[in-house]
Write a protein that binds this ligand. Structure first.
Ligand code: 13P
Length: 248
C-alpha cells in the first residue's frame, strides 16, 4: 500500500496567538491537497486558538513537545492527555533543538515516544547528524543509534503509525539543504533499520520525512524520492510558501 505523504510545519518559537490565527487564515486555501496530510506543529500557547482556526479544514494540529508523566508537580510541562483533550493529533519528539539546547537524551525521548503513543498521539520522531558526524562518516551509525534507542519497547504495530523525521542538523535553518541523494540515502537507511528491528511490512508502512531548509523550490524533488514521504518544514511553514510545499 502506498504511503500517504505528510507535510508538517514546525513553527518553533514563532507566532503569538493572534499572529497564529492570522497565519491559519492566510494559509487556509493554499494548503489543500487531498494526497497529503497537512499538520501545523505550533507553540503550546497557540494550540487552542489554532485548533479553533483550522476547524473544518484539512489541517491537523501538532505540539512541538510534551512531557511523559501523566500529571503532577512538573512546573512548565504539558502532558499528552492535555494535548489529546485539546484536539492535538501529532507531537514532535526529539527535535535537534530540544536535544541540543534542552539536553533531552534518548532515554527521555523513548519515554516520551511511548507515552505519546499510549495517549493516542502520533509522534513525529526526529533524528539527524551534526556536520562533524557527517564529515567523520558516522551519519548512519548515529541515526541508527538514535532510532534504536528511541524505539525501545515500541511494538511493530505502533511503529507502523509513527512518523520519523530525518533532519540533518547542518541543514536546519541554514538554507543549506541536503542534496536529494543525501536525503534519500539516509531515509532509506532508516527504513532498513526499521526492517531489521521489526519486519518488512512495518518498514514499508512507516512514514519518513526529510527536514532541513525545505522550500517551495526543492520540495517536489525531495518528495519524489522513494523513501521520502514528505517534509518537516521550519522557516518556510510561516509564510504562503508553505502552500507551495504542500501542493508540490
Ligand atoms: P528549516 O526548514 O527552517 O531549516 O527548519 C527545519 C526544522 O528544524 C523543522 O523541524
Amino acid at each position: 500500500m502506498a504511503r500517504k505523504k505528510i507535510v508538517a510545519g514546525n513553527w518553533k518559537m514563532n507566532m503569538t496567538p493572534s499572529q497564529a490565527v492570522a497565519l491559519c487564515a492566510q494559509l487556509k486555501d493554499l494548503v489543500v491537497n487531498p494526497d497529503v496530510d497537512v499538520v501545523y506543529c505550533v507553540p503550546a500557547i497557540d494550540i487552542v486558538p489554532v485548533i479553533e482556526a483550522v476547524k473544518g479544514t484539512n489541517v491537523q494540529v501538532g505540539a512541538e513537545n510534551m512531557y511523559f508523566e501523566e500529571k503532577g508537580a512538573y512546573t512548565g510541562e504539558i502532558s499528552a492527555e492535555m494535548l489529546v483533550d485539546a484536539g492535538v493529533k501529532y507531537v514532535i519528539i526529539g527535535h535537534s533543538e530540544r536535544r541540543d539546547y534542552f539536553k533531552e537524551d534518548d532515554a527521555l525521548l523513548n519515554k516520551k515516544v511511548k507515552k505519546a503513543i499510549s495517549a493516542g498521539l502520533t509522534p513525529i520522531l526526529c533524528c539527524g547528524e551534526s556536520l562533524e558526524q557527517r564529515e567523520m562518516g558516522v551519519t548512519m551509525d548515529w541515526i541508527r543509534f538514535q532510532i534504536k534507542s528511541d524505539l525501545v519497547g515500541v511494538t511493530a504495530d505502533q511503529v507502523k503509525d509513527i512518523v520519523i523525521a530525518y533532519e540533518p542538523i547542518w541543514a536546519i535553518g541554514t538554507g543549506k539543504t541536503a542534496t536529494t541523494e543525501q536525503a534519500e540515502e539516509v531515509c532509506k537507511g532508516i527504513r532498513e533499520c526499521i526492517c531489521e528491528m521489526y519486519d518488512e511490512a512495518t518498514a514499508a508502512a512507516v512514514r519518513i520525512q526529510y527536514g532541513g531548509s525545505v522550500n517551495a523550490g526543492n520540495a517536489a524533488e525531495l518528495f519524489a524520492q522513494p523513501d521520502i514521504d514528505g517534509g518537516l518544514v521550519g522557516g518556510a511553514s510561516l509564510k504562503a510558501d508553505f502552500g507551495k510545499i504542500v501542493c508540490y
